[in-house]
Design a protein around this ligand. Structure first.
Ligand SMILES: Cc1cc2nc3c(=O)[nH]c(=O)nc-3n(C[C@H](O)[C@H](O)[C@H](O)COP(=O)(O)OP(=O)(O)OC[C@H]3O[C@@H](n4cnc5c(N)ncnc54)[C@H](O)[C@@H]3O)c2cc1C
Length: 392
């Protein structure tokens, strides 16, 4: 085995490398031209989603018995990263197979698994995920979306905000609270709410982000749900929610890492070709060093992302939580630094639409805020990794 092969095996199996190559080949057929055209026209990436689904990439982490690839979040993160590296970051992968797929595969009832997992795996079904509320913000203890028992079913009331892709999803996986039958206290619970359920209303939020996905405000007004809408039945709770949060952080990190690679590749090509004095601009260390430094930051971010995925897939929830938080912060920071430097290396062209670069700023900037903000990750690491006191 060559050193290069050995180095690759350090982090990835042969199957994972083959998956990476196969996804990259498909993504290259679409590229930034396709993604940006859809984003600028406020259209969805239906063709790419369908092809990635049919080839089994979107279901990489879904169990084989439900039509998925039987891999883990490591495989789904590879899919996310390679699509983004070709200029096609797909936010709904983070939401639908990563969060909803993980939660339903781990905690859903047999009926819920049969109803949802095959469709999520092949990309023919999509679930949005709704936790954020206008008045709760980052403090999920303040969630005010509540489901009360009624005639053997549920009545759901509440509001959610910045929910991605409601218009293109079949249903929304809603994080609410319900009374615990034993203690009478409210505890977190997840409900599957089909998009056309009476009492459920959703409106787009205008965003200054160029993206093929839209964000929505959701209103649940006396929404009647059957007993089976509760994910996992009465036994489930907080654990099932946490099961989905690490995959969310890991795949958004992979999404950012992919955009970073996309920007770096463009910057390197440009710096090798553009000449304003008597050498290509990449020969000036003022251009090459910022890009080299960005490449190092991106590689570090990719390493901690694959560590987080490996820990999650090994069932090491606590260690995965720490690594997933670190990966999310490191990847967002590395990718934003890289995109900024790639724009700088392009000079004025970096901001021109023709160069397909600055248009990614918005979707990437989101990664510093969602699904968990930079500040809350620093709070987490300060308290849990370092043992410092909590400030809030
Ligand atoms: C494009 C986009 C897509 C999204 N998609 C989804 C989705 O599909 N589903 C979903 O549920 N949500 C989604 N979100 C919401 C996102 O997860 C939240 O915006 C994010 O969690 C931050 O919450 P907030 O906006 O309420 O900020 P706030 O909680 O109001 O925080 C505002 C600022 O204060 C800081 N802050 C708050 N408390 C503290 C503290 N104790 N210490 C230090 N700093 C603090 C925060 O870090 C942040 O910078 C999306 C958001 C965007 C922009």
């Amino acid at each position: 085995m060559s050193r290069t092969e050995q180095a690759h095996r350090y982090s990835e199996t042969e199957e994972q490398q083959a998956l990476r190559g196969a996804v990259a080949d498909v993504a290259a057929k679409y590229g930034s031209g396709y993604w940006l055209e859809k984003a600028r026209a406020n259209e969805r990436t239906i063709e790419l989603w369908a092809e990635a689904g049919a080839l089994g990439y979107l279901g990489a982490n879904i169990p084989e018995e439900y039509g998925g690839g039987g891999g883990g979040i490591a495989e789904l993160a590879i899919v996310c990263e390679e699509l983004a590296a070709a200029g096609c970051p797909l936010l709904m992968i983070v939401v639908s197979p990563a969060i909803a797929g993980t939660i339903i595969a781990r905690s859903g009832t047999d009926e819920q698994k049969t109803a949802w997992l095959p469709g999520l795996a092949e990309g023919t079904a999509k679930l949005a995920f709704a936790i954020t509320e206008p008045d709760a913000g980052t403090n999920s203890h303040n969630l005010a979306t509540v489901a009360r028992r009624d005639n053997g079913g549920w009545i759901l009331n509440g509001r959610k905000t910045y929910i991605s892709g409601v218009d293109e999803s079949d249903a929304v996986l809603v994080v609410g609270r319900t009374d615990d039958e034993q203690t009478g206290k409210l505890r977190p619970a997840l409900f599957i709410v089909p998009r056309d359920t009476p009492g459920f209303d959703w409106k787009p939020i205008e965003m200054d982000v160029i993206a093929p996905e839209e964000q929505f405000a959701c209103f649940f007004d006396d929404v009647e749900l059957p007993a089976e809408a509760l994910v996992g039945g009465d036994v489930a709770g907080l654990d099932q929610l946490f099961a989905g949060l690490n995959p969310e952080r890991i795949t958004i990190a992979a999404y950012a890492n992919g955009i970073a690679r996309y920007a770096l590749e463009k910057a390197v090509a440009y710096a090798n070709e553009r000449q304003v004095w008597d050498v290509p601009i990449g020969a000036h260390q003022g251009v090459s060093h910022p890009l080299a430094e960005a490449a190092i930051q991106v590689e570090l971010a990719r390493l901690v992302t694959s560590k987080a995925a490996a820990l999650h897939d090994a069932g090491e929830a606590r260690a995965a939580g720490e690594a997933a938080n670190m990966a999310k912060l490191a990847s967002a920071d590395a990718a934003l630094l890289t995109l900024d430097r790639a724009i700088q290396a392009h000079g004025g062209n970096g901001l021109a639409s023709e160069y397909d670069l600055a248009a990614y700023w918005g979707v990437l900037r989101v990664a510093r805020i969602a699904p968990v903000s930079r500040e809350m990750i620093l709070n987490y690491v300060a308290q849990h990794t370092l043992g410092l006191p909590r400030s809030y």
